[in-house]
Design a protein around this ligand. Structure first.
Ligand code: S3P
Length: 450
């Protein structure tokens, strides 16, 4: 069942070459942070290129509930009139974050050091996901959290009256947890320190610095040590959101596996904490080049050019790369099925607590489509059939997970027989233009029952 209405069964039919220019939407992580930091600044932040996917719209609605004036000016241009650090009002309704872990975890952090109470809920997927990883450190600031068993939503956070700053070493490599602690630290007096052994996406740190917070990052033997000075006055910004590398992954990977393809994906954010997939694909022998490399709004950006790559080989993906491509393993496994030999992915147990258990969802769907998959708690491997060798022909379950849905549609584009989904509706959470964009390149995705 889809989160926001009835299920949308879809089918991807094997297609001819994909070609053209794929303009993917704005970065999801940066879009969420633009709205939240805009609400914590004093005055008007303007945002262009905002991703208008359901997850980000849920963050926008939540920021309004906490008192910010959030205006949609059309065409991806938005403005946020913020109340300043510590200025959140108490919402009079439950905050529904839909499918979005980023929304709920970052917003819990942003409100937890203010003397207000808020209750959060989500869809069936989000209400299964672990929240203790965020509420544990928030309680150390002085907040209280009461949720369902296993630290799950729905959950009420009673913000700290007298927050104390924190020194916190992240027990999991999670940018969402890191960001929740930093956003909570904004309204605590003194210095909040976060230590991460494995670097995760650093958009929050970069953007906090851009908004005028005092934040220092040191790379040491223990990892990255991030020190934030609390209670700054954040200055409103003009933000240009780069295009999302996690969304770019789908047309890029489709072009690599559909014979004869040649696709340009312009303006993609290539922050090193996000670009692990592209390095992996190149190691596998993908014909993937970076053109016109530049810097936009403090983030490295390039145009990606992907061409059909019949000679890709399976590799061992290094576990230390996992954080920089954590959302890309589902689509990587589709490329792996079209490469020669075995691809092994280790150090990926976080995949089990995403919008779905992504190892299980992909393993079942790939097996149903004729691909051998082996798995353990924190690793999995995919046996490649080489270019054009994937049988396909099965229907798979999306499990309220947008990336599972898009990955299997890409599988179907290059398989011998069509691949169907029980529900493509979740794609709207992160990439509402996916079907139109892929159709423009030459893909054939149809609604089942049309
Ligand atoms: C995100 C961080 C990642 C990622 C998610 C977005 C973010 O989650 O999977 O899609 O914007 O901070 P974790 O940090 O929990 O790995």
């Amino acid at each position: 069942m889809s989160a926001h209405g009835k299920p949308l069964p879809l089918r991807a039919i094997p297609c001819g070459p994909l070609s053209g220019v794929a303009e993917v939407p704005g970065d999801k992580s940066i879009s969420h942070r633009s709205l939240i930091l805009g609400a914590l600044a004093v005055g008007e932040t303007r945002i262009s290129g905002l991703l208008e996917g359901q997850d980000v719209l849920d963050t926008a609605r939540a920021m309004r509930a906490f008192g910010a004036e959030v205006v949609d000016h059309g065409g991806g241009n938005w403005s946020v009139h913020g109340m300043g650090v510590g200025g959140f009002a108490e919402p009079d309704q439950v905050i529904d974050c839909g499918n979005s872990g980023t929304s709920v975890r970052l917003i819990m952090g942003a409100m937890a050091t203010s003397p207000i109470t808020a209750t959060f809920t989500g869809d069936a997927s989000l209400n299964r996901r672990p929240m203790a990883r965020v509420t544990d450190p928030l309680e150390m600031f002085g907040a209280r959290a009461v949720g369902r068993s296993g630290g799950r939503l729905p959950m009420t956070i009673v913000g700290a009256f007298d927050p104390v700053p924190l020194r916190y070493e992240l027990p999991v490599a999670s940018a969402q947890v890191k960001s929740a602690v930093l956003l909570a630290g904004l309204n605590a007096p003194g210095e909040t320190v976060v230590i991460e052994r494995t670097p995760t996406r650093d958009h929050t740190e970069r953007m906090l610095a851009g908004f005028g917070a005092r934040i220092a990052v040191e790379e040491g033997a223990a990892g990255r040590v991030i020190t934030l000075t609390g209670q700054p006055e954040l200055q409103p910004q003009e933000i240009v959101v780069p295009r999302d590398p996690s969304s770019a992954a789908f047309p890029v990977c489709a072009a690599l596996i559909v014979p004869g393809s040649d696709v340009l994906v312009p303006g993609i954010g290539l922050n090193p904490t996000r670009a692990g997939l592209f390095a992996t694909l190149r190691e596998m022998g993908a014909d993937l080049t970076y053109e016109n490399e530049r810097d936009e709004g403090g983030e490295p950006v390039a145009d990606l050019r992907a061409r059909f790559s019949p000679d890709m080989e399976g590799i061992e993906v290094p576990p230390e790369r996992a954080a920089s491509m954590i959302d890309e393993y589902p689509i990587l496994s589709v490329v792996a099925a079209n490469a020669r030999g075995v691809t092994v992915m280790r150090g990926v147990k976080e995949l089990r607590v995403k919008e779905s258990d992504r190892i299980d969802a992909m393993a079942r769907g790939l097996r149903a489509n004729g691909i051998d998959v082996a798995e353990g708690e924190d690793w999995w491997s995919v046996e490649g059939h080489g270019a054009g060798g994937v049988p396909g022909g099965a229907e798979v379950e999306t499990r309220l997970d947008h990336r599972i849905a898009m990955s299997f549609l890409v599988l179907g584009m290059a398989a011998r027989a069509a691949v169907s989904l029980d529900d493509g509706a979740p794609i709207a959470t992160s990439f509402p233009t996916f079907r139109k964009l892929m159709a423009g390149l030459g893909a054939r995705i149809e609604e089942i029952g049309e």
